[in-house]
Design a protein around this ligand. Structure first.
Ligand code: ADQ
Length: 459
């Protein structure tokens, strides 16, 4: 069987819950089913430009990691990746910072990844690269003579082509994308936007076969919604507070990020308490929001905005024995997550735009099927394409947010069970196993088409 070589910007030690994010969770689950290794940055910043990769084994997992230099960290990671690509792909052009030097360092780091990774590749390996930090990596690996199938999965959404072409280097990015055999995206909307972008940037065209022709190559672009390991969450036996208990928990778990719609959520919660005083003292919003990318200005701004909003709401509505918003600036250890989900009456995740949103799926998988809680989900999360039986809300529309929360809190048991049954079957069927194996198989097939092996008529 082929080895799977996973590549992402950051390789994490999975024990480190504080660094858990959606990408690492998804990669870790997919790697558990294949031999191979996970290559990327070890999270350390060192002066040495040419540190050798370090291989380590933890149980059945092998990682190969390299450090970044301070310049890499500033201009590649904080700069081009997280102050240009992240905001623009989330359609937040207003937050993009197109600084000189960012792009060249972005390419330099991709070249460095390719130079260290290429010697480790064996002929039968299948290479699967993750996320926006590494768009140019396939092109760079090909320069080292790597002919293996190379696939790319983008965990974040693809904003409209009109936003993407505002990136000064958008043609280079489109060319880099064309070097992959397969590009996987989270939703059908993302597939449409990416094809549109390739058409506008490098005159890409959609072939009758469904493949895309761009920059003298042909590639597949498809929708592969990322899933979770639902068994991991299904074993909780914690009881939820009964209807008659004093307070019901509304849970929110999001990285502290401006795309997650947290100020909008807090404001809607304040309005809810204002409009429906009968719910005061009976609900608590527990919002976990571990900080990320704090050196990027937009992230520091959101942190202070949320502290002041939660303080204002607690000051206004709180009482000696009741605090409406429990705002926790830390991660929850992963082993405790499912009990927290299961004991919460509502999960309120309302990003302004999100690639998928795994929290919504984890919440569904953790529920007691006979007395499930209710998912209130943004219609702009990728997950909304699959989880349409949740209560879908528009995070920009405060009244809709308020009504969605009310509906969830007052939903009768029959409706809760009926919605949960449908949601749970989607989460279970399109789990991380299905995601990993569907993408892997599609990549092997796409790789054969490119080299002409197996399907000579394609060339
Ligand atoms: P993220 O933006 O990190 O992921 P999400 O999909 O919600 O967002 O995944 C977060 C993961 O981290 C979940 O598994 C969650 O349990 C965990 N997590 C978050 N906050 C936590 C906390 N306080 N304590 C413990 N664990 C916490 C990116 C994209 C998403 C996409 C994923 C996967 O931005 O849109 O769904 O990749 O493709």
């Amino acid at each position: 069987m082929s080895r799977l070589v996973m590549v992402s910007n950051r390789v994490i030690d999975f024990g480190a819950a504080s660094q858990a994010g959606g990408v690492s969770v998804a990669i870790y689950d997919a790697l558990a089913r294949h031999s191979g290794f996970w290559f990327g940055w070890n999270g350390q910043v060192e002066d040495n430009e040419d540190s050798d990769p370090v291989m380590s084994r933890d149980g059945s997992h092998t990682t190969v990691t390299i450090p970044l230099t301070a310049a890499d960290y500033n201009d590649f990671y904080l700069g081009y990746s997280n102050s240009v690509l992240w905001p623009v792909f989330h359609n937040r052009l207003d937050l993009a910072q197109f600084e000189a030097g960012y792009y060249s360092r972005y390419v330099t780091v991709n070249k460095k990844f390719a130079a260290h990774l290429a010697p480790l590749i064996e002929p039968a390996d299948v290479i699967w690269i993750h996320d926006y930090h590494l768009f140019p990596l396939a092109l760079e690996l090909r320069k080292h003579g790597i002919e293996n199938p190379i696939g790319f999965f983008l965990h974040i959404p693809v904003g409209p082509a009109q936003a993407l072409i505002a990136i000064p280097e958008h043609r280079e990015i489109a060319r880099a994308l064309s070097a992959y055999d397969l590009i996987g995206l989270q939703t059908h909307r993302d597939v449409r936007n990416l094809i549109d972008f390739l058409q506008q940037s490098v005159y890409g065209s959609l072939l009758p076969s469904g493949r895309i022709r761009a920059c003298d190559s042909e590639l597949d672009i498809g929708c592969f919604p990322v899933g979770i390991d639902s068994n991991d969450f299904a074993t909780s036996t914690v009881e939820r507070d009964s209807e008659s208990s004093e307070t019901s928990r509304i849970i929110g778990i999001d990285r502290l990020d401006y795309t997650k719609g947290l100020p909008q959520k807090f404001r809607a919660f304040g309005q809810f308490l204002e409009e429906f005083p009968e719910h005061r003292r009976r609900i608590v919003l527990s919002q976990f929001a571990p900080p990320t990318r704090e050196s990027v200005e937009a992230y520091a701004d959101i942190r202070s905005e949320l502290e002041s909003l939660s303080g204002a709401i607690n000051g206004r509505f709180g009482e000696l024995d009741w605090v409406p918003i429990n705002y926790i600036h830390r991660p929850i250890p992963r082993r405790e997550l499912r009990d927290v989900y299961r004991s919460s009456r509502v999960c309120w995740v309302t990003p302004l735009m999100d690639g998928m949103n795994l929290v919504s799926k984890e919440y569904v998988a953790s529920q007691d099927p006979e007395d499930p809680g209710v998912l209130v989900l943004s219609k702009f999360a990728g997950a909304a394409e699959q989880l349409s039986d949740g209560v879908l809300v528009n995070p920009y529309d405060r009244n809709d947010m308020v009504q969605g929360l009310r509906r969830a809190l007052e939903m009768p048991i029959d409706e809760r069970v009926a919605r949960h049954d449908k949601l749970a079957s989607v989460v279970c069927q399109s789990d991380s196993n299905a995601w990993g194996s569907t993408f892997f198989n599609a990549l092997v097939k796409a790789g054969k088409r490119r080299t002409g092996r197996g399907q000579p008529s394609q060339r």
